[in-house]
Design a protein around this ligand. Structure first.
Ligand code: ADP
Ligand code: MG
Length: 383
């Protein structure tokens, strides 16, 4: 696959009651790819791959930003989408949907839509494979999910029950690297998922485990990063393969990241950061440096300088297809942080990626997935 730039979209959220009344907008979408900002005297223009105005629907944002990432993982290529922006700018709304309350399908964010599409695709591809290769063949997908929070440079597993409110570092996961260079959180649970509903239930449980911070969910989520990794493993037996224990396997991952509030980066620049803020800001600061280094084609890219960038390394400079969704508030009093978000997002557009399918492994062991499928086949044949 040819190299392609990191894709950058910007979303301006609608005006909210807490923005205040006579809030003159500091940003507006000039067209589908251009944003204009003004601080009253000075007007600036920024161009991205796509700009969504306040009226954009969740469906539009999903279709543009994430649908093609689902295609990628089904085809065996890693994909990543990360939401960047200040607290209250609409990151979680875009990634998940409105927090709390009853779920409304039209308000579903990127994750529930991507999960539904993923399982629809899997069902279709498996049915097609079955029709094409018949009972002798074998082709199946397994989906697993892990959900981490990165806080003060520590990675906490959100799927092993409530995280201690104090985020005790001794309960965090060590980062380790596989032989092919993928960084993972050792000991973090990977839950096997059979349906979209189950995936959303697991994510909701993870979000509840995260909400144990003494400072409250919102204050906490603005200082930590949430990383959801959906692993999609395809296993198949080649047509004509006579050894039933011999099959191939390919794992592609879809990583969805809801970053800490970008305003904490500003505080870090100002130097007035409390102890708890330092780690959080570190991730965003290093992410900025990584993006700059990649954009400039530097030899040294400082992935290793933060937990966040280590975990995102294979999505940033590697073989993944990556989308950034920068979220901004239209409120005039947020003008400064909006401007710095827009600059950060503009620099990310210069990063070149080389999406490439994940390696294919040949396996020889018998395997539970294979057993599942063979049970299905046996049941079909008995009918
Ligand atoms: P963040 O995760 O960036 O801190 P949120 O996603 O929590 O911000 O958004 C802040 C508030 O604005 C929430 O009440 C959210 O429901 C609302 N909001 C954000 N984006 C939109 C949108 N596109 N449409 C409607 N409400 C939105
Ligand atoms: Mg949020």
């Amino acid at each position: 696959m040819a190299s392609c730039p990191l894709q950058v979209a910007v979303r301006i959220r609608p005006h909210q009651p807490h923005d205040g009344k006579n809030g003159r907008a500091s940003v507006q979408a000039a067209d589908a790819a251009t944003i204009e900002t003004t601080d009253g005297t000075d007007t600036k223009t920024f161009v991205y791959d796509r700009v969504f105005g306040p009226e954009a629907s969740q469906q539009e944002v999903y279709s543009h930003c994430a649908l093609n990432l689902v295609d990628s993982v089904i085809e065996g290529t890693n994909a990543c989408i990360f939401a960047f922006g200040s607290t209250g700018a609409g990151k979680t709304h875009s990634m998940l949907g409105p927090e709390g309350g009853r779920r409304q399908a039209t308000q579903d964010g990127i994750l529930p839509r991507a999960a539904a599409e993923l399982f629809r695709r899997i069902a279709r591809v498996e049915a097609e494979a079955k029709a094409a290769i018949g009972a002798k063949g074998f082709s199946a997908y397994e989906v697993r999910v892990s959900f981490l929070e990165v806080y003060c440079e520590n990675a906490f597993d959100l799927l092993s029950g409530p995280v201690s409110a104090s985020r005790d570092p001794s309960s965090s996961c060590q980062l380790r690297e596989t032989t092919d260079g993928r960084v993972y959180a050792d000991g973090a649970k990977e839950e096997r998922i059979k349906s979209c509903e189950q995936l959303l239930d697991v994510v909701a449980a993870g979000a509840r485990a995260r909400a144990t911070a003494a400072t409250g969910v919102h204050a906490h989520s603005s200082r930590s990063h949430a990383l959801l990794v959906v692993s999609v493993e395809h296993r198949w037996r080649e047509v004509g393969e006579t050894d039933p224990s011999k099959f191939k396997s390919q794992v592609a991952r879809l990583t969805l990241v809801d970053l800490a509030g970008a305003e904490s980066m500003e505080r870090a620049h100002g130097g007035s950061v409390d102890a708890a803020g330092v780690g959080t800001n570190m991730g965003l600061l290093v992410l900025g440096r990584v993006i700059r280094a990649l954009a400039e084609g530097s030899e040294r890219v400082p992935y290793r300088d933060s937990t966040l960038t280590r975990l995102m390394q294979s999505s940033l400079g590697g073989k993944a297809k990556t989308q950034m969704l920068a979220c901004v508030s239209p409120a005039a009093h947020e003008g400064d942080v909006t401007l710095s978000t827009l600059k950060y997002a503009a620099s990310a557009r210069r990063v070149l990626l080389k999406p490439e399918a994940a390696a294919i492994a040949t396996e020889f062991e018998s395997d539970p997935m294979l057993a599942d499928v063979e049970d299905d086949d046996a049941a079909l044949n008995r009918r």
